[in-house]
Design a protein around this ligand. Structure first.
Ligand code: IPE
Ligand code: IPE
Ligand code: MG
Length: 243
């Protein structure tokens, strides 16, 4: 599959909804937490595959604002897994020249998770390869409302006028202000929805869905999604003849 990919037309930014850990666990007669644990290896697989192809940004939806409503034991297990995985992977992130970033309301995470994340982000900040962005306690609606609030304050303080309210100015208040919009969004596990993920940023992304559960995802599945993306016609409102 990798050989079929045109290296001159690699998307800069791929966003992924890593879904299906719970169903994977159930299928294998395990606890849900073990499904999440099995979801760590595919993160490594897609990061490596993305790095090899020259993808600049991969955003992974790891925990949504709505996921706080899950049973406390599962939330705790996910937060603990986040800390242990980052501690385990930091060496490889550095070795592979991967920069770690985060988006979302980090202040709502346990302080140990915040600390581990801050350190990992700082330790990889000089890396120039792939930027791996973890969406944690992330919700698009919160992000958009917060952007509107920040602009309202600037307006009130006479830092901007009504004519300054442009799409560009608005985007600059989002978590992703310095990151280009994703060209491709992948969701695993067969669910056909966005689940409050990057609603502004995905406005013109190509959407790719696979029935495979996240813990079963390997490099080749990522290549398949990229190949599929390369065979789409992105028209941006124009006609085919205009392209
Ligand atoms: C995705 O897997 C991981 C998170 C949302 C944290 P799920 O836990 O949603 O797995 P399913 O959808 O129940 O199978
Ligand atoms: C979306 O998955 C969030 C993450 C993958 C982190 P969910 O499994 O929480 O989404 P819904 O609730 O089924 O839409
Ligand atoms: Mg799910």
């Amino acid at each position: 599959m990798k050989e079929k990919i045109d290296l001159n037309r690699i998307p800069k930014h791929v966003a992924i909804i890593m879904d299906g850990n719970g169903r994977w666990a159930k299928k294998h007669g395990k606890l849900r937490a073990l499904g999440h644990k099995a979801g760590v290896m595919p993160v490594r697989e897609v990061s490596e595959a993305g790095s090899e192809l020259g993808v600049k940004y991969i955003t992974l939806y790891a925990f949504s604002t709505e996921n706080w409503n899950r049973p406390k034991a599962e939330v705790d297990a996910l937060m603990a897994l986040l800390v242990s995985s980052i501690k385990k992977e930091i060496k490889d992130l550095k070795k592979n020249n991967i920069q770690l970033q985060t988006i979302g309301d980090l202040s709502s995470l346990p302080s140990i998770s915040q600390k581990t994340l801050r350190e990992a982000v700082a330790e990889t900040s000089e890396n120039t390869g792939l930027t791996l962005i973890l969406a944690l306690s992330y919700g698009s609606r919160t992000e958009i409302v917060n952007a509107a609030k920040k602009l309202a304050i600037k307006y009130k303080n006479n830092e901007l006028t009504e004519t300054d309210f442009t799409e560009e100015v608005f985007s600059n208040e989002l978590y992703t202000s310095d990151i280009p919009d994703p060209e491709l969004m992948i969701r695993t596990s067969g669910e056909l929805r966005i689940s409050n993920f990057l609603m502004w940023q995905l406005a013109y992304a190509e959407l790719y869905f696979t029935d495979k559960l996240w813990p079963d995802i390997r490099k080749n599945d990522f290549y398949e999604a990229i190949y599929d993306f390369q065979n789409r016609e992105r028209r941006f409102g124009k006609t085919s003849d205009q392209l």
